[in-house]
Design a protein around this ligand. Structure first.
Ligand SMILES: *[C@@H]1O[C@H](CO)[C@@H](O)[C@H](O)[C@H]1NC(C)=O
Ligand SMILES: *[C@@H]1O[C@H](CO)[C@@H](O)[C@H](O)[C@H]1NC(C)=O
Ligand SMILES: *[C@@H]1O[C@H](CO)[C@@H](O)[C@H](O)[C@H]1NC(C)=O
Ligand SMILES: *[C@@H]1O[C@H](CO)[C@@H](O)[C@H](O)[C@H]1NC(C)=O
Length: 572
């Protein structure tokens, strides 16, 4: 991709100087002029205004000035989308460590790139942070789309003269179009509650301040100032200094530090959500990991036999929210480890992910036939009963969701519904180390590809009823594999065959066959200390197998030609 070019045209706020005003401003003009002359606003409007700033025109995460080669990875260009994890492992530095939008904006996103050279292999770290411009004359938002191009002025003609005179004929006029909507948002009743719900990127508030996701800011050392933004999935890694003697006094290596302050369900509310401990994995000195049975126990750092146990190596937060932007559940999974006297610093990894709850019942996906773009209804059939459907849309037919960091093990559980008629492909990358055992790895990958509960049946029509078992198509499972002792699944392909059913004028889509094919590959034992990355993919394909309707013809008349026997004479 060539270096991204930006056209920076910004809204210039027009201040109408009070002496220019001759008469009382009309309501329309007052509403469309931003500046000190605007009438005082009601409390609700004033509160809602800073939140109604529209999305920025440029996305810094997509800007990359060092990306010069088309479809090739530029060396040391950490923002180049063509670079893979393998390329990053060969980088020595990030030539462009920070990408920001226009510096004249009051608040802007900045994309920060760095390399984690201590990881094996080295990895790129990407963070999106908010930068604040303290200047009084900063630009609040570039939301005036028309300002990005010139519109041709209207030439007065005999037809439009009166209308133009009415608009521009007075001492003051507004140049903004009618759809200028800086203030109209505030009058929308649904926005009155805006302050009382989380919006994308807003720091998650806790009783004392906000939920923090430690991250490397200037160096690779952890800084605790990075707020976790609502719906911003993040994964960070940073280094903390530790010592066995003082380990029970270092807050940042104690589980308590990460779960002690409750989260506010919505900003400024008094309703709190406690952070529960979802799971604890304990890592021994030699790297062996075991999952603890009882998860709600709090394990604090302790010195025993010249070792310090229960040191936090990793925290993964999982936040569940509703469609109204309210947090209803917060859970944390921990990786705890042991350090000995030689260890002076540890690397900690942090992660946060978000899941929306869907409390609505499964909607129909068409009536009767499936409608393109709606989910495929799926379910289970326990012995001797009708079909049981999961009420959550993520309990329907789903596939693995691709994530930005592409790490399969981190992506576990993230799935998206399969939509009728949309072919999709998604995937992630799995880092295999010599220490990984075949059997548990194969099971993990199968769970990853198929999700927690892969359905047994799919509704053949968008409105199939649960009690009409014959209206449901069983999913056929196929396996393709090589013969060897250790097989790990690497892809899941779902094929949905459907036909057009009913009258020619208004045919209805009906699913007739669904197959799920798991492809496995042989996992060769790696020499110790080596690792490799393999891609894991899942896909869904929709195939229309209806035979096309053909107009019928009578048999064409045949021509009975007879040539004289020596017709081709000189040639044969
Ligand atoms: C604001 O939120 C409250 C409580 O959640 C709700 O009862 C009320 O209807 C909401 N108001 C508007 C205008 O949406
Ligand atoms: C949250 O934690 C506090 C203190 O540990 C406890 O008093 C409160 O009952 C908890 N709330 C919920 C909803 O579990
Ligand atoms: C966890 O549970 C399993 C079986 O449920 C048991 O064999 C194992 O000893 C338990 N581990 C611990 C640490 O309690
Ligand atoms: C779907 O197609 C597969 C392969 O063509 C076949 O084995 C399977 O029996 C079919 N399933 C149904 C329910 O017809």
């Amino acid at each position: 991709m060539a270096a991204a070019q930006r056209v920076g045209v910004f809204l210039i706020i027009i201040f109408l100087l009070p002496p220019l005003r001759v008469a009382e401003p009309s309501v329309e003009a007052a509403g469309s002029v931003a500046g000190p002359a605007a009438p005082p606003e009601t409390g609700a409007a004033a509160r809602a205004r800073p939140r109604s700033a529209p999305a920025p025109v440029t996305d810094v995460a997509k800007l990359c000035v060092c990306d010069l080669l088309v479809a090739q990875c530029d060396a040391n260009c950490c923002c180049d989308p063509d670079c893979s994890a393998d390329d990053f492992s060969l980088f020595t530095t990030c030539s462009v460590p920070i990408v920001t939008g226009d510096s004249r904006l009051c608040s802007q996103k900045a994309a920060v790139y760095s390399l984690d050279v201590e990881a094996n292999p080295p990895e790129r770290i990407f963070k999106l942070i908010d930068q604040v411009n303290p200047s009084v004359f900063c630009i609040h938002a570039t939301n005036y789309e028309q300002a990005l191009s010139f519109s041709s002025p209207e030439m007065p003609t005999a037809e439009n003269f009166d209308q133009l005179l009415k608009r521009f004929g007075s001492a003051a006029f507004s140049a903004e179009p009618d759809n200028w909507n800086m203030n109209t948002d505030a009058h929308n009743p649904s926005d009155v509650n805006e302050t009382y719900r989380y919006e994308y990127g807003v720091p998650i508030q806790t009783v004392d301040a906000f939920l923090r996701l430690p991250s490397p800011v200037v160096s690779s050392w952890c800084s605790d100032a990075n707020p976790a933004g609502f719906l911003v999935n993040q994964a960070t890694k940073c280094t903390r200094s530790v010592s066995v003697e003082k380990c029970d006094n270092i807050q940042a290596v104690s589980m308590l530090f990460y779960i002690s302050s409750s989260i506010l369900a919505v900003p400024k509310s008094s309703h709190m959500v406690n952070i529960t401990v979802q799971s604890i994995v304990v890592q021994s000195l030699n790297g062996m990991r075991t999952l603890l049975n009882s998860s709600d126990a709090l394990r604090l750092p302790m010195i025993s036999d010249e070792l310090c146990i229960n040191i936090v190596h990793g925290v993964s937060y999982h936040i569940t929210y509703t469609d109204t932007g309210e947090i209803i559940e917060a859970a944390a999974s921990f990786v705890l480890g042991v350090i000995n006297k030689e260890v002076l610093s540890i690397q900690q990894s942090f992660e946060i992910s978000f899941t929306q709850v869907n409390t609505k019942p499964v909607p129909l996906s068409g009536n009767p036939g499936y409608v393109v773009g709606l989910p495929i209804r799926a379910g289970f059939r326990p012995q001797g009963s009708g079909i049981i459907q999961n009420a959550n849309k993520y309990g329907q037919l789903t596939i693995l969701q691709s994530t930005s960091h592409q790490d399969c093990l981190a992506a576990q559980g993230a799935r998206i519904p399969i939509l009728f008629g949309y072919n999709m492909i998604s995937g992630c990358k799995l880092r295999i180390t010599a220490a990984m055992k075949c059997q548990p790895l194969a099971q993990t990958l199968l769970d990853l590809l198929k999700g927690q509960s892969f359905p047994e049946y799919v509704a053949s029509f968008g409105n199939s009823q649960a009690q009409d078992v014959l209206d449901w198509v069983p999913i056929t499972h196929l396996h393709t594999s090589e013969q060897s002792s250790c097989q790990i699944p690497v892809s899941l392909e779902i094929e949905v065959k459907w036909t057009k059913y009913g009258s020619l004028v208004n045919p209805q889509a009906r699913i007739v066959n669904v197959t799920a094919t798991i492809t496995t590959t042989t996992l060769k034992q790696l020499p110790s200390g080596r690792e490799k990355t393999i891609p894991i993919t899942s896909s869904v394909v929709f195939t229309d197998i209806s035979s096309p309707a053909e107009p019928g013809y009578k048999a064409w008349p045949t021509i009975n030609v007879k040539l004289p026997f020596d017709f081709f004479f000189p040639f044969v």
